[in-house]
Design a protein around this ligand. Sequence first.
Ligand code: PMP
Length: 427
Amino acid sequence: MTLTDIAPSVFETVESEVRSYCRAWPVVFEQARGSRLYDEHGRPYLDFFAGAGSLNYGHNNPVLKRALLDYLAGDGVTHGLDMSTTAKRDFLETFRSVVLEPRALPYKVMFPGPTGTNAVEAALKLARKVTGRETVVSFTNAFHGMSLGSLAATGNAAKRAGAGVPLPHVTRMPYDHYLDGRMPDFLWFERLLADPGSGLDRPAAVIVETVQGEGGINVARAEWLRGLADLCRRHDMLLIVDDVQMGCGRTGDFFSFEEAGITPDIVALSKSISGYGLPMALCLFRPELDQWQPGEHNGTFRGNNPAFVTATATLDTYWRDDTLRDRTLARAARVEGALGDLLGEDGRSAVSFRGRGLVWGLEFADGKQAAAVCRRAFELGLLLETSGPYDEVVKLLPPLTATDDELDEGLGILARSVRHAADGLAA
Ligand code: PMP
């Protein structure tokens, strides 16, 4: 029996062909706790995908669940458009005192719709509105979302093809390492900006991920990010950091740009901000940029109060001190060591690896090999996804709350899967 034979037919007959992750993991999941999902037959799977980065604190984290259950039991407002609620007040006060003030970040907080692409759309719209300019610069292999504005800033050809209309007003520049250091950083960018004949209209903004999650776990150097921030300042372009996937502690610090010591003008945040996997997104910006008219960027689901409750509990539990941050950074060294051993041992298939904090990518020569590793890992009870332009990078995104044993277990299964895939492909 193959895995496809056991795929439940209602998903195939009723659900659209657009479904994706369920194709890689053709079982029906029923429960989830901590770092594990359980299928309907009770088989556990160690989750090293963590809801694509929306479960940094694990599944059904008991502390957050308690806060949510208490709120629901007390008939707290579940839906409230963007009305003022006690849940929203608690969140804003906690976000200010736990996240913004200690980092001396002066940001205003906007609630766009509840997904990452909503936060990016709001960021792009605001940048264009404030500057009165149309062009935005994004980077090779960037991923910013699937709605038209954010898709225009996304690199992947297959994803862009789904738009069905032109995706204008975005110009691409090489991300860090894209040219393998053969050109000084930003030489091309600077040249185009300086030359009135270049054809590059002055951009409203530059949008960047500090680590490209979907693009193949490409890690920008802190020095490169500082260079970019400086370039933006000198040429009067707004700097937008899309921290949808790499924010909320994934790289160690709460914001992934802290390590570089830069302060973006606008930040898009989503995925793990609610802490519990509930939809929630924020667009943060310098107060001078808060030039919105009331209701100018609107939406029904901007006040997901249960998400505010779990977000507040998350900040209270994990971000009042540096414990989680320090643990994530210590674990980075552990994962780096394990991947180094694996690469040394198995040069036949894995090509290289890179990462920061608890996001790592193991690159293979092609997508076939990476897919074979993920397939074998799934058979052994580990959920892993691929990323990169050819899906050639196996991506590790364990919950930040995974125990040391779970981390070692996942890395062990990864090693077995790499060996197995290499043997299979060589045979
Ligand atoms: N930006 C980045 C960096 C992302 O990784 C993602 C999601 N993978 C998005 C934006 C879009 O988020 P969503 O899927 O919630 O719309």
